[in-house]
Design a protein around this ligand. Structure first.
Ligand SMILES: [Fe+2]
Length: 213
């Protein structure tokens, strides 16, 4: 294991501990708003689908872009942590290109980026990814999508949730038709404020899903 990866996983454990403390009184139990899956959900199997998207197995170097840590808890409507949920994320690379054959964007793919990752929530419902801030990309000739990360959360007994997470302070958020279709409260639940924590740009995205049985 490379030294940088070892450091990442060591710090992941510490980050999870502090998350629990910081979050013990502030969990939201409002179901996270669903957002369109979009056309770029991965269709090709990847060799590497772990939680560190900055390094792709077999790639010679790390991905381009500003590294961020995205972490949070999966909860149900009663604020109970959901253990064992599959959390998938997929996103564009720094240039705004998806690793998907139907993406018409002429921007270049980053061969070192792992475009798709999967996590299983732990006993406390926690997950953690390391990735990069994705580039914006044209949805139409007059509409640029702001940087965003697609999420899919699934586990038996709960309604599957597909949504998108946004970065607070991005000017393109104001004119994004998908984000702006949400109410102000819903927007608050999917726009994440990234801050430096131990010199790592970190955002907390708690996700609430609907328990059926
Ligand atoms: Fe997208």
């Amino acid at each position: 294991m490379k030294e940088s990866r070892r450091k990442f996983f060591k710090s992941s454990i510490l980050a999870g501990t502090s998350l629990l403390v910081a979050n013990s009184t502030s969990a939201s139990c409002i179901i996270t708003p669903a957002q369109t899956e979009g056309p770029f959900y991965p269709i090709d199997d990847q060799l590497d689908t772990d939680t560190d998207l900055v390094f792709r197995k077999g790639a010679p170097k790390k991905a381009k872009g500003k590294v961020v840590y995205v972490k949070g808890r999966v909860l149900d409507q009663n604020c109970e942590p959901v253990k064992g949920a599959l959390v998938e994320i997929w996103q564009a690379c720094e240039s705004g290109k998806y690793n998907h054959p139907n993406d018409p964007n002429p921007a270049k793919l980053d061969p070192n980026f792992q475009y798709w990752g999967k996590a299983i929530t732990n006993n406390k419902g926690q997950y953690l990814f390391r990735t990069i801030i994705p580039g914006s990309y044209p949805a139409t000739t007059s509409w640029l999508r702001p940087p965003h990360i697609h999420f899919k959360v699934s586990i038996r007994g709960y309604e599957e949730l597909v949504t998108q997470m946004y970065f607070k302070g991005e000017s393109l958020n104001q004119n994004d038709k998908i984000l702006q279709s949400l109410s102000d409260l819903e927007k608050k639940n999917v726009i994440v404020n990234f801050k430096k924590v131990n010199n790592k740009l970190t955002g907390k995205f708690d996700i609430t899903i609907n328990k059926i049985f």
